[in-house]
Design a protein around this ligand. Structure first.
Ligand SMILES: [Zn+2]
Length: 163
């Protein structure tokens, strides 16, 4: 027979190693193994794997495995919920995002770029506010407050060395 390793028929060797090859195929392969050290080596390696698997026994699952698993899942869920609770600001900001759109993001980016804690100069804001309806002013102030909070969120520790 042709060498199974050369004809990409390793499955014959694997079947032989797991003792599932029988009949004429087995006899042919055994005859080939007499003359082919590469195939003998292959079979030896496969047999080692099979013997290791035979000798391996899964550790028994402890009686309280389920209980501990569920307790751990519970802990991880509540950790996630705590995080979400702490980040309560984010949904508000997300809800405002369609309103403030890109302009707010650009403004925030500009504020974050400044080296010192930025404060919008009062005069330009006043100038912009003139001529606006009161509810528009309130809306604008709300947005500024959100941006300010966003700014603090992005810089929780002012002692961090700046780039
Ligand atoms: Zn061979």
């Amino acid at each position: 027979m042709k060498c199974p390793l050369e004809t990409r028929e390793e499955r014959v060797l694997v079947a032989y190693s797991s003792r599932t090859l029988d009949g004429g195929d087995k006899e042919l392969l055994e005859a080939h193994l007499q003359s082919c050290s590469a195939c003998r080596e292959f079979v030896r390696g496969q047999r080692e794997v099979w013997e290791a698997l035979d000798g391996w026994e899964a550790a028994p699952v402890s009686a309280d495995f389920d209980r501990r698993l569920y307790a751990r899942m519970q802990r991880e869920v509540s950790w996630w919920q705590r995080m979400r609770g702490r980040m309560g600001l984010v949904p508000v900001y997300r809800a405002l995002l369609p309103v403030t759109t890109l302009a707010a993001l650009v403004l925030a980016a500009v504020l974050l770029e400044r080296p010192s804690p930025p404060r919008v100069p009062p005069q330009p804001v006043t100038a912009q506010v003139e001529g606006l309806q009161p509810d528009q002013v309130v809306h604008a102030l709300d947005e500024m407050e959100v941006l300010d909070q966003f700014n603090h969120m992005m810089k929780p520790d002012s002692s961090t060395p700046r780039m």
